[in-house]
Write a protein that binds this ligand. Structure first.
Ligand code: PXL
Length: 277
């Protein structure tokens, strides 16, 4: 069985980061080991959340695994607890990167034009160092603008997205996939770029008239699981987009839905059927 190491926080309640990555990646038939960057009571859209930073655990856990001869088919990072953590994450990449495995970085730090509350203005430059070591990065448009210094726009054309993709690739990763891209009303999706071949691709699906927390983590976990199973990038991104939209659709229909996350659990059978028809 293939194995992913997912490096992001545990928000004990809130349906994001590791509590999303674990069930999704497991359902995809891939082992998901974890390295928690922090333990929070909830994600940071709640008021008064607690946060225990686990930076000091990264090096000893990595050293133990190295001693055991552990290898990973993919290293997948999401929400980091602090800018101090960045050098530890980069050292982890150096220790566990092989010619065959894949580093996927979701530079989780901002959305809708704004940084998340726990981060200062100096955080994006630190996150850019993590992106520089990745094979694939999965920013949304806000994160892309903070990483590149290009202006954040809510109205744009394909030339702007291509310029953004090239600027992101110039940070270092071979593949860049920009999420939350829309060129026409009712359609939302992802546009991607391969720096090595110069090829662009895109995939669009329904734009449902709602915005939920944690959808980026659902998308990134599904994409990483699919790539680790050997699916080509374009297909992995399409599956991730379709499963995310299915999760949102079921949440809209559910009377029991919470404000703090989507009911991705109800859509797991859809994901499994897509993978194992
Ligand atoms: O869904 C991204 C995410 C992950 N982890 C924590 C968060 C957020 C977004 O706000 O606060 C702790």
């Amino acid at each position: 069985m293939k194995r992913i190491i997912s490096i992001q926080d545990i928000s004990c309640l809130g349906k994001c980061s590791l509590t999303v990555a674990l069930p999704i990646i497991s359902a995809m038939g891939v082992e998901c080991s974890i390295l928690p960057t922090a333990v929070l009571s909830t994600h940071t859209m709640f008021q008064n959340f607690t946060c225990k930073d686990l930076t000091d655990q990264i090096a000893p856990i990595a050293a133990h695994w190295k001693g055991e001869g552990i290898r990973f088919d993919a290293i997948y990072t999401g929400y980091l607890a602090s800018k101090e953590q960045v050098s530890h994450i980069c050292a982890f990449f150096d220790a566990f990167k092989t010619p065959d495995n894949l580093i996927v970085v979701d530079p989780v730090m901002a959305d809708n034009g704004r940084l998340y509350p726990a981060f200062g203005a100096d955080f994006p430059a630190e996150m850019a160092k993590v992106c520089a070591k990745a094979d694939l990065i999965l920013p949304n448009l806000t994160e892309a603008s903070l990483l590149t210094g290009l202006p954040y726009r809510t109205e744009y054309d394909e030339a702007y997205i291509r310029e953004m993709l090239q600027a992101l690739a110039a940070l270092g990763p071979r593949y860049v996939a920009l999420t939350g891209v829309s060129f026409q009303p009712g359609k939302l999706g992802v546009m991607y770029y391969d720096r090595q071949t110069g090829a662009y691709g895109s995939y669009f699906t329904s734009h449902l008239p709602v915005s939920f927390h944690g959808t980026g983590d659902i998308f990134a976990s599904t994409c990483t699981g699919a790539l680790t199973r050997g699916m080509p990038l374009g297909e992995a991104l399409a599956l991730a987009a379709d499963y995310t939209v299915e999760s949102i659709r079921l949440t809209i229909d559910a009377k029991t839905a919470n404000w703090y996350g989507v009911e991705f659990e109800s859509a797991l059978p859809y994901l499994v059927r897509r993978l194992f028809p």
